[in-house]
Design a protein around this ligand. Structure first.
Ligand SMILES: CC(C)(COP(=O)(O)OP(=O)(O)OC[C@H]1O[C@@H](n2cnc3c(N)ncnc32)[C@H](O)[C@@H]1OP(=O)(O)O)[C@@H](O)C(=O)NCCC(=O)NCCS
Length: 181
């Protein structure tokens, strides 16, 4: 799906939300490499991000062309700040009512309400499309994200202990959260 450009003002900054263009694949790869290095709360280590420009372009096009997936980029005063997305969990008819979501911002654009604003917009889109629940996984000690999700109505529904093992030998749980519309 395409997300038509939207402008918001937040904390005195101009925020633009829109879909990605296929010529922005390198920008998205650079972002993934940076954000996975800035936090221990994303899906992998920075050196594991090895997407080619072609693969990333395919990812962008798949989201833009799909009826049950959406990728929203955020720009703060013209600078790319991060994205959020959802994909239907539709491996079968039984799971078509479930949307899986994800979000990550560059560290410098966290903490002033952008994450909450983006997720609020994403969840409205998901609900309006007829999905019955939104689902996500958050790393156990990611208190900021956990609190944000709770404030949007997500509830914890399960934990995988020690789901993440870091290079320094420490572990962190994965927590599953669900928001029922
Ligand atoms: C998690 C993330 C998306 C949150 O976005 P954000 O823009 O930083 O968050 P916001 O400024 O919108 O804050 C939203 C809520 O988070 C919580 N929060 C914010 N800062 C916090 C802090 N320092 N400690 C605890 N909770 C905090 C509050 O509940 C806040 O709501 P409130 O302002 O109504 O009190 C963003 O920080 C991020 O991308 N982090 C790195 C990647 C990541 O962890 N992604 C999530 C993977 S599951």
């Amino acid at each position: 799906m395409i997300f038509a450009e939207e402008v918001h003002i937040l904390d005195g900054k101009k925020i633009v939300f829109r879909s990605a263009r296929s010529d922005e694949s390198q920008m998205l790869i650079d972002y993934l490499k940076t954000v996975t290095g800035e936090t221990r709360f994303l899906m992998c280590e920075s050196d594991e991000i090895n997407y080619t420009k072609e693969e990333e372009e395919q990812f962008i096009n798949d989201h833009n062309q799909s009826k049950d997936a959406l990728l929203i980029l955020a720009f703060v005063d013209g600078e790319y700040a991060g994205n959020c997305s959802f994909e239907s969990k539709s491996g079968s008819r039984r799971s078509k009512h479930r949307a899986g979501i994800g979000i990550a911002l560059y560290q410098k654009y966290t903490g002033f309400g952008l994450g909450k604003l983006m997720l609020t917009r994403l969840l409205t889109e998901i609900k309006n499309l007829g999905f019955e629940q939104a689902e996500l996984t958050v790393v156990g000690n990611n208190e900021k994200a956990h609190r944000l999700y709770e404030s949007l109505g997500f509830k914890e529904c399960g934990i995988i202990p020690n789901a993440n093992k870091y290079d320094d030998g420490t572990y962190a749980d994965d927590i599953f959260m669900v928001l029922e519309f």
